[in-house]
Design a binder for this molecule. Structure first.
Ligand code: ADP
Length: 532
């Protein structure tokens, strides 16, 4: 296909060159044709004028007497005016020479009509029979130097004419110009009608465009070579790029496959680890509960350490399992329609003992009028537990608030209750959509701006808990899982934080337009204590 296209392009270029070449060469041919026509007419005119002028000698010949002096006068004046006239002879009907002295064989002269014939030494001879009232009076014979006779026609040549050849049969009458041009001349011919004969006139015009044509062909061929070379080079490059992309594609799919296999492996291993871990945690709990006898004061601390480490390990394995499942695309979404306020109260109630234990304040501001959300409650619970768990972990003093707000641009002309909080709206994943922003706000240690993005990466920790305290020590997976889960639910998680002042983690949950209440029923949300 490529070679066909290249071939067609090159053929088109050759076609264009040939057309341009023809146009250039035909310009010289046309100039020669015009010259041949115009020159023939001029030659004919010159001969006709001379014939007419000679015809005037009839007058004195027809006079009954004293004709010689008048004939002499007239002949002299004609000789002065005739271009290139070498000599003039006038004989009467009896053959006596009345003027001039050139011995001429009169036998060969056609007495009926005028003739023009080529003579020796570049001469042309014009013979004009003179007659009056059907009576032969005599004959005038004028011998001209051909070049001088036709000087007007030869001199008025266009400057592109290189050669002119006037021939009578095989005899050349006039041949002027250079022969050096040879075949590079554009030749055109015409006919010159002279008395008693038809001569042939050929003009050769120099092909002025010759250099132009050579330049045109040279440039054209160079352009074709450059074009062909360029196209071939491009083609080679394109092939190389295609090969590389194919290689990259292969590598990428191999990488994806390897990654999927890694996730599968992780998921399988974590799954397998959970069974013995559950047994360990279970048996340690039984030990702590004294099912196998009361623990001595020396035994209790190591058993507590085993319990803490085993719980931490199980938590870690659970999270690795989650990450691996998400990566392998094995985590499914079972969407249900939920009402947010009771859902949040329920989740918070599970964590409230921890909050109280830390001496932190808790406030919940999730309006009952918030639209229902279609989401997977298990995943949303996991995210919320994670964020509140982190807030507890990283807030030494102060409090934690959970707040729910509807945000987004209301459809034009709609009476929806969506509030436009510009600051919140600006942070939403898509400003054209409506979202519920579920926020976990704490007054904890905060996160520096440079860490705010990387904390969502796997195993990224900024302030890990003390290594000795397994319960406190994080895994660095909680936020990575939470963000992936939020995205799985069609939403997002964002963070704003100031070190030393606290953090606000926002879960963005998409709200379908049909679920947005159109009446302004929402009361101003006021912080309230969780009824747990
Ligand atoms: P971890 O198990 O370490 O808590 P996460 O993925 O949940 O892992 O969190 C990653 C890091 O983000 C944490 O190590 C901590 O430095 C930071 N972080 C998370 N939540 C908060 C918060 N509410 N306040 C301050 N830092 C936080």
């Amino acid at each position: 296909m490529f070679s066909i296209v290249l071939g067609v392009a090159l053929l088109l270029m050759v076609g264009a060159l040939v057309t341009a070449d023809r146009a250039l060469s035909s310009a010289s041919g046309e100039a020669a044709a015009v010259d041949a026509l115009e020159s023939s007419q001029l030659f004919e005119q010159i001969v006709a004028q001379q014939t007419e002028a000679i015809n005037l000698f009839r007058g004195p010949l027809a006079l009954p007497s004293d004709r010689s002096p008048q004939l002499e006068r007239m002949a002299k004046s004609y000789i002065e005016s005739a271009p290139g006239l070498r000599d003039l002879t006038i004989v009467d009907s009896a053959g006596r020479v009345l003027y001039g002295a050139t011995p001429t064989s009169l036998a060969s002269i056609n007495r009926r009509g005028a003739t023009m014939t080529p003579g020796p030494d570049g001469a042309v001879i014009l013979t004009v029979p003179l007659s009056s009232e059907a009576r032969s009076l005599g004959i005038a014979i004028a011998r001209f130097d051909a070049r001088r006779l036709f000087a007007t026609a030869l001199d008025t040549a266009p400057d592109t004419r290189a050669r002119l050849v006037l021939t009578s049969g095989r005899d050349s009458v006039v041949d002027v110009g250079s022969r050096a041009h040879g075949t590079s001349l554009a030749w055109r011919s015409g006919m010159v009608r002279v008395p008693g004969a038809t001569w042939s006139l050929s003009v050769g015009h120099a092909q002025r465009s010759q250099i132009l044509r050579i330049t045109l062909w040279t440039l054209g061929l160079v352009a074709m070579l450059v074009f062909g070379g360029g196209v071939l080079r491009e083609r080679r490059q394109a092939l190389r790029v295609a090969e590389r992309s194919a290689e990259l594609e292969r590598l990428s799919s191999e990488l994806l496959r390897a990654n999927r296999m890694k996730s599968e492996f992780l998921a399988n291993v974590s799954h397998e680890l959970r069974t013995p871990l559950n047994a360990i945690v279970g048996f340690v709990d039984l030990l702590r509960d004294g099912v196998y006898g009361e623990l001595s004061t020396r035994q209790a601390p190591p058993v507590e350490r085993i319990a803490a480490s085993a719980t931490h390990l199980r938590h870690l394995v659970d999270q690795v399992l989650d990450i691996a499942k998400i990566a392998a695309g094995r985590l499914e979404v079972h969407a249900e329609t939920i009402v947010l306020r009771p859902f949040v109260l329920n989740v918070v109630s599970e964590l409230e003992p921890l909050i109280t234990e830390r001496g932190l304040n808790l406030s919940i501001a999730v309006g009952g009028s918030l639209p229902r959300v279609r989401t997977d409650p298990t995943h949303l619970r996991q995210i919320l537990v994670n964020l509140i768990g982190n807030a507890i972990k990283y807030t030494p003093a102060g409090g934690i608030a959970v707040r729910g707000r509807l945000t987004g641009l209301p459809a034009p002309g709609s009476r929806s209750t969506v509030q436009e909080d510009p600051a919140l709206l600006n942070r939403s994943p898509d400003r054209r959509k409506t979202w519920i922003a579920l926020q976990v706000i704490d007054t904890g240690i905060g996160i520096s701006p440079s860490d705010q993005e990387r904390i969502f990466d796997e195993f990224e920790q900024v302030n890990a808990g003390p290594r000795s305290d397994s319960m406190e020590r994080g895994t660095g997976l909680g936020l990575a899982i939470s963000r992936r889960l939020a995205r799985l639910l069609g939403g997002e998680i964002s963070v704003e934080s100031q070190p030393g002042k606290g953090s606000t983690f926002t879960i963005w949950l998409p709200v379908s337009p049909g679920d947005i209440p159109v009446e302004p029923t929402e009361q101003p949300a006021s912080p309230q204590r969780a009824a747990v």
